[in-house]
Design a protein around this ligand. Structure first.
Ligand code: SDX
Length: 378
């Protein structure tokens, strides 16, 4: 048998071509469909980024208005799905509720089994519209509050905050939520998108493939890190305590959540943008403690592990920003899934244009030709 090379975790293995995003891990650069993430965060909107990912070009004003209208029109979810969410055990993990709700949505979609590009784009719009509502309803139900149906006039990011808190958000909060959705929308083939592609490659349906993505994103090595990063910042409390805390954690071989990345060996450009908006929020609230603590953690971590390519990733500042918007940490990963539904569906649509069943191999290291012994003789 020729020399077997095992690529554990499919590290650096290229399994397909894509036009959806380009990451230069060494330089810390990210493009969506050719546009630098910095420009999209500054000038675009989440709905425009959804269009860009689904159609590989920016929309005209008419196309964007039509997409925003369609998302608003499709934002309601069937009452049976709301009921299912309400009936979940009180202790259910929010990502399990999200996974269950999205799974339950599938049979209500008349085009569920149609894997044509056009049908999958229509389903992506419906799915994207509904995951925002599902995420807000997870919060309302967990807090024991009545759900607030989506507004018919707000854009996606503002509508999400409206369904959460029952009032139209201020301009800065809407802009920050919109940027957060853009930054989380797409990132090539992380574990969750790979899970979604593996599912669709069998010609399953787009809802099932998104459910696979949600299931994979739940894990703390992928989606759950911003919740843990925020907990850490709250535990450290002040900049003065950062260095001792980090050094102790590293000595105990702990992973510092919000740092390191399989692809970025430089500062994650998304973390840089989040940090900018974190600063704007601190200015508006005149509350700097968390910011100064986070900056000190970043300084210490880079001084100790920067040489190993370990820098802040998207999860380091996002949790602190959401916390300042009054969003509880249990909702952070569902919000990540809500935004990444655009990237997952875009990759599903793209991959199906040149589908190949995903079926890797495993190198067998067990025994062969063993003699079967009847149970009476064992
Ligand atoms: C996301 O893939 C994507 O694109 C994901 C994502 C997306 O948009 O979809 O970007 C979102 O998942 C961001 C990452 C969020 N996760 C975390 O912040 C969790 C903490 N980070 C790590 O556990 C780790 O950095 C990973 C899992 C993200 C990546 O790790 P790798 O590539 O598997 O690297 P590794 O585990 O082999 O670590 C290499 C070395 C090890 O040291 P040695 O054994 O060589 O001495 O770096 C060390 C690790 O101990 N290391 C860390 C560390 N991350 C790596 N040490 C301390 N703290 C960390 N966070």
């Amino acid at each position: 048998m020729s020399e077997v090379v095992i690529h554990k975790g499919l590290e650096n293995i290229v399994i397909t071509e894509t036009k959806l995003s380009y990451i230069d891990g060494e330089k810390g650069i990210l493009y969506y469909a050719g546009y630098p993430i910095e420009d999209l965060a500054k000038y675009s909107s989440f709905e425009e980024v959804c269009f860009l990912l689904w159609h590989n070009r920016l929309p005209s004003r008419k196309e964007l208005d039509e997409l925003k209208r369609s998302i608003r029109e499709n934002a309601e979810i069937p009452w049976e799905v709301v009921d299912l969410m309400r009936k979940a055990p009180k202790k259910a993990h929010p990502m399990d509720i999200m996974r269950t709700a999205v799974s339950a949505l599938g049979p209500y979609d008349p085009e569920l089994e149609d894997n044509s590009r056009e049908a999958n784009i229509r389903k992506s719009i419906r799915l994207q519209a509904k995951v925002g509502t599902i995420t807000a309803y997870i919060y309302r139900i967990k807090e024991g509050l009545a759900v607030i149906p989506p507004s018919k006039k707000l854009d996606y990011a503002a509508n999400f905050l409206y369904m959460m808190f029952g009032k139209e958000p201020d301009e800065l909060s809407s802009k920050i939520m919109d940027v957060a959705l853009i930054l989380h929308a797409e990132h090539e083939l992380p574990a969750s998108t790979t899970a979604a592609l593996t599912t669709i490659s069998t010609l399953s349906d787009i809802y099932s493939a998104v459910v696979s993505g949600i299931a994979a994103l739940k894990g703390p090595l992928h989606g759950g890190a911003n919740e843990k990063a925020l907990e850490m910042l709250k535990e450290i409390k002040s900049p003065e305590r950062a260095e001792e805390y980090i050094k102790k954690a590293l000595a105990e071989k702990k992973r510092i959540m919000g740092f390191g990345h399989r692809v970025y060996k430089a500062y994650d450009p998304r973390a840089r943008i989040f940090k900018e908006y974190f600063k704007k929020l601190c200015e508006q609230r005149n509350d700097w403690t968390m910011y100064r603590t986070a900056e000190k953690v970043e300084e210490v971590m880079i001084s100790l592990l920067g040489h190993k390519g370990i820098f802040p990733n998207i999860d380091f500042y996002s949790g602190a920003v959401y916390d300042m918007l009054g969003i509880p940490s249990y909702l952070f990963t569902p919000m990540f899934a809500m935004a990444r539904t655009s990237g997952w569906t875009a990759h599903i649509i793209e991959y199906l244009q040149d589908n190949r069943l995903i079926r890797p191999r495993a190198h067998y290291t067990g025994q062969l030709d063993l003699k079967y012994i009847p149970i009476e003789q064992r």
